[in-house]
Design a protein around this ligand. Structure first.
Ligand code: GRF
Length: 207
C-alpha cells in the first residue's frame, strides 16, 4: 500500500529529488505529501515546487525552544496524514518528545558513512581524512540522539581510490540516491520489527 511520506530537508535536496524521481517512475510506492524545511533558502524548496509538492517552512527563530518547533512539525505531519518521515539532509536534531513519541520508528534518516563510524557533520571528509578504504551509507531510525537509532540498511562503498573528500561524497551520494528510495518503498511492502538495536523486515502477507 502506498506509503504517505513527508521529507524534512535543510539544503540541496538531491536525495529528495531522487525520491521524487523514483515515485514518478513507480519504482517507489510512496506519495510525497510535503517538504518541511527549517531553511527558507534551501534549494530543496525549488525541487518541491517543480514537482508540485507543498512546502512548509518551520524556522527555529519563530519558536522559543526546539521542543515547540518540533511540536509544530508534528502538527504539520498529522495534518497531511504522514505515515513515514524521511530526513534527507535535515540539519537539526529532533528534540520534541511529542513528535518523537508519536512517530516512533516512523522517522528515518540517511547518513553518508557506515555508522557507528563517522557520525555527525562531514562524514565523508572524516572518512577521507582517516584514510578509510571502505565507507558507505546507513539508513536508520531516528531517535533523540545524533545518528544513533537502530540500523535499517547499510551499504559499503569502496573509497580507496578517491583522491579528495569531494570524490568520496560523490561516490557515496550516487549510492544514496539508489538506496534511499528503495528503503522508502519497502515501507509500502511491510514493516520493520525492532528489537533493541535489531531490525527485521516483515513483509505484508500476500492477499
Ligand atoms: C546527504 O549526504 C545525506 O546522507 C546527509 O545529508 C546529505 C544531504 O544531501 N544526511 P542532499 O540535500 O540530499 O543533496
Amino acid at each position: 500500500m502506498t506509503v504517505k511520506v513527508a521529507v524534512l530537508a535543510s539544503g540541496r535536496g538531491s536525495n529528495f529529488k531522487a525520491l521524487i524521481d523514483a515515485v514518478e517512475s513507480r519504482s517507489c510506492d510512496a506519495q510525497i505529501q510535503a517538504l518541511i524545511t527549517n531553511n527558507p533558502d534551501a534549494p530543496a524548496i525549488t525541487v518541491a515546487k517543480q514537482a508540485g509538492i507543498p512546502v512548509e517552512i518551520v524556522q527555529r527563530k519563530d519558536f522559543p525552544d526546539r521542543g515547540s518547533m518540533d511540536d509544530r512539525i508534528k502538527v504539520i505531519l498529522d495534518k497531511y496524514g504522514v505515515e513515514l518521515v524521511v530526513l534527507a539532509g535535515y540539519m537539526l536534531l529532533l528534540k520534541g518528545k511529542k513528535l518523537l513519541d508519536a512517530y516512533k520508528m516512523r522517522i528515518i534518516n540517511i547518513h553518508p558513512a557506515l555508522l557507528p563510524a563517522f557520525p555527525g557533520m562531514d562524514a565523508q571528509n572524516q572518512a577521507f581524512d582517516y584514510g578509510a578504504r571502505i565507507s558507505g551509507l546507513t539508513v536508520h531510525f531516528v531517535d533523540e540522539n545524533l545518528d544513533a537509532g537502530p540500523v535499517i540498511y547499510q551499504e559499503a562503498v569502496d573509497i580507496s581510490g578517491c583522491k579528495s573528500s569531494g570524490e568520496v561524497s560523490k561516490k557515496i551520494l550516487e549510492r544514496e540516491h539508489a538506496a534511499y528510495p528503495m528503503i522508502v518503498d519497502s515501507f509500502s511492502k511491510g514493516h520493520y520489527a525492532v528489537d533493541g538495536r535489531h531490525v527485521r523486515f516483515v513483509p505484508k502477507p500476500r492477499s
